[in-house]
Write a protein that binds this ligand. Sequence first.
Ligand SMILES: Cc1ncc(C[n+]2csc(CCOP(=O)(O)OP(=O)(O)O)c2C)c(N)n1
Ligand SMILES: [Mg+2]
Length: 281
Amino acid sequence: MRRNSSPLELEITAAKIRRNVLDICRQRGGYAAQGVALADIAATLYFDELRPDGEGWFKDRFVLSNGHDAIMTYAALAETGHYSLDDLRRINADGSWVDQSPIEGQLGFEMTAGSLGQGPSQSAGLAWALRQQGSDARVYCLFSDGELQEGNTWEGAMFAGHQRLDNLCYIVDNNDMQASGHAADVMGVEPVDAKFEAFGFAARRISGTDVQELMDTFGAARATKDKPFVMICDTRLWDGIDCLQKALPMAHYTAKGAVDWDAGLADINAALAELETQHER
Ligand SMILES: Cc1ncc(C[n+]2csc(CCOP(=O)(O)OP(=O)(O)O)c2C)c(N)n1
Ligand SMILES: [Mg+2]
């Protein structure tokens, strides 16, 4: 526990983030399945782990590498109050200031991230620079299993291990999916934990959808000295919304007409109502 959030409060926030993802993506499609699956990570990061800077933003840095998963960040920043849902509903529309894959300068994003594989090395450089400056800020970087197939990722990991960057925490969305099918079939990435350990990391495998486990793992990352840390999250697309998980298990991109958004929203609203009742007790 970093900011005195209870697991139940974070679960409620995660449910609201899922609701935002569907609300936003139903307008013209999007990377909804990833946004839903990453909601627990987003809730734990933004509402517990990242320390506020006292000026309306965060002292610790979150680097999103897989730009298409920006929907997770946008949906979370609607809950923190940094974005309005009205603006987010115009994501990717002509004239909108909200880009689907954000460029540096878009509120909430550290780097331009549509070309995959850039985040692990850029965040390692950022962590090194912060340490050089004597800052105690931590750096968190989310990237995907598809990005594990890119050389730059391992160059960053080698640098982070060599420099013993214990202010760096990689979060891998290890969902065994990429645009053209299962990662295991396209170009297998396992064993992800052993590979990072060989590069000098402390590694832990988790589901990525259990807030208590996420809080514990972020705590373990902070307690790890002299090594960078990687949490490998074995998520599945649509994790957290049962009816959509069954309907479309392999959706890298969800077209507007591909799923029943109302059914998904009903599912998430029911889960949210149950969590809020528990919270009132
Ligand atoms: C350097 C680069 N190569 C290819 C692409 C095209 N592309 C966009 S998303 C994607 C899938 C990558 O896999 P992953 O990020 O694991 O997808 P997800 O699990 O989110 O479905 C690809 C190949 C890209 N954006 N950048
Ligand atoms: Mg993937």
